[in-house]
Design a binder for this molecule. Structure first.
Ligand code: 5GP
Ligand code: MN
Length: 339
């Protein structure tokens, strides 16, 4: 984002505007945290602001300030279409391609509003008027903080904004442990605590509110964990029947893939989850060091993301998808064994 872009955006936001904020489909803590942080900021600037999420998100995010105002496109598409049609400005947060909004893609493509992208995914598409894309950033929530800073408005950040942005940064950095966490990230976090984010309460609300059934499902996932030592890979499967047995709810499998990655000597981890609503296998991939799961996912699983965290999908059966995964590993042996 250039200084001229910032000047234009400042100018644009001088008068009250109709603004829509859109996170990606199946929004995670960063998508919701960044959207809500920006929502509170823009509301303070007297704009009319709506967050429209393509669909629902996990219960463990449903305590964040302002969360109850978020509209879900799949529930109220007519109302959402009207809001998008009459919006002056649309912020798209935490994604790089309008197809990541699922059924919202068409109405967003058609919209004449000024679009502002804030995102840290690789290979951003060229759909926005103003693009703030930085793949070195820990999270989109951290970028929203820097965006407000570029607008010279950090003095406007209150406890609600701080809480939401803290949550986004915390969830996307695996509680500040991923390589994307920089000294600047920690400075931002320190400032957010000073501005009213209660770190202990936020950690508790996100990580210590598990249902008993989720823990049982985790047990099942760990039982299903398989290791392919020669590829330094490990994977987990969860079938429809297993998910049903433990009364699966959205978000219950969040973070499971990290247990596969936590094994000694493992560089590549995957989880394959039978998504009975969409009739696909949803795939999450994680890696260590330079091994790019973004590339693997783009090439083989119709997805993408970051170097060390990506997602994708498969229309094959669960078993066939796992077979496909295993069959492509030999082409990565060298990269996985650092040769
Ligand atoms: P997760 O595995 O937690 O769902 O996603 C990991 C990362 O990959 C996130 O940054 C997410 O936005 C991205 N991602 C997940 N699923 C997809 C997908 O189907 N397509 C693309 N392009 N990115 C995805
Ligand atoms: Mn993110």
């Amino acid at each position: 984002m250039t200084e001229t872009d910032i000047l234009h955006i400042k100018q644009l936001l001088l008068q009250p505007k109709q603004i829509v904020i859109v996170p990606h489909k199946n929004p995670d803590g960063d998508a919701i945290g960044a959207s809500l942080g920006l929502y509170h900021y823009l509301q303070k600037g007297n704009h009319k602001v709506h967050i429209i999420a393509p669909n629902d998100y996990p219960e463990f995010l449903k305590w964040m300030p302002g969360e109850n105002t978020i509209l879900k496109y799949d529930n109220e598409s007519n109302k959402c279409d009207k809001l998008i049609e009459k919006s002056d400005v649309i912020f798209t947060l935490d994604f790089n391609d309008l197809s990541r909004t699922g059924d919202m893609e068409n109405v967003l493509v058609e919209s004449k509003a000024i679009k502002i992208m804030i995102d840290h995914h690789q290979q951003p598409e060229d759909y926005a008027t103003y693009v703030y894309s930085d793949i070195t950033m820990s999270s989109t929530a951290e970028m929203v903080y820097h965006f407000i800073d570029m607008l010279n408005d950090l003095s406007q950040v209150n406890d609600d904004m701080a809480t939401c942005l803290y949550t986004g940064i915390m969830t996307d950095t695996g509680s500040f442990k991923f390589a994307s966490t920089t000294s600047t990230t920690h400075r931002v976090i320190a400032d957010l605590i000073e501005k009213g984010a209660n770190n202990a309460e936020i950690h508790n609300a996100i990580y210590d509110t598990n249902s008993y059934e989720r823990m049982q499902l985790l047990g099942c996932a760990l039982n299903n964990l398989k290791v392919i030592p020669e590829a330094r890979a490990a994977y987990i499967t969860l079938s429809k029947d297993e998910l049903n047995k433990y009364n699966f709810k959205k978000g219950d499998t969040e973070g499971f893939v990290n247990y596969a990655l936590s094994l000694e000597n493992i560089i590549l981890a995957a989880i394959f989850i039978e998504d009975f609503k969409e009739n696909i296998i949803k795939i999450s991939l994680r890696s260590k060091d330079n091994f790019s799961v973004n590339e693997l996912s783009r090439l083989h699983f119709n997805g993408g993301g970051h170097t060390n965290a990506a997602g994708g999908r498969s229309e094959l059966s669960l078993n066939e998808t796992v077979d496909k995964f295993i069959s492509i590993l030999p082409s990565y042996y060298k990269a996985l064994n650092n040769e």
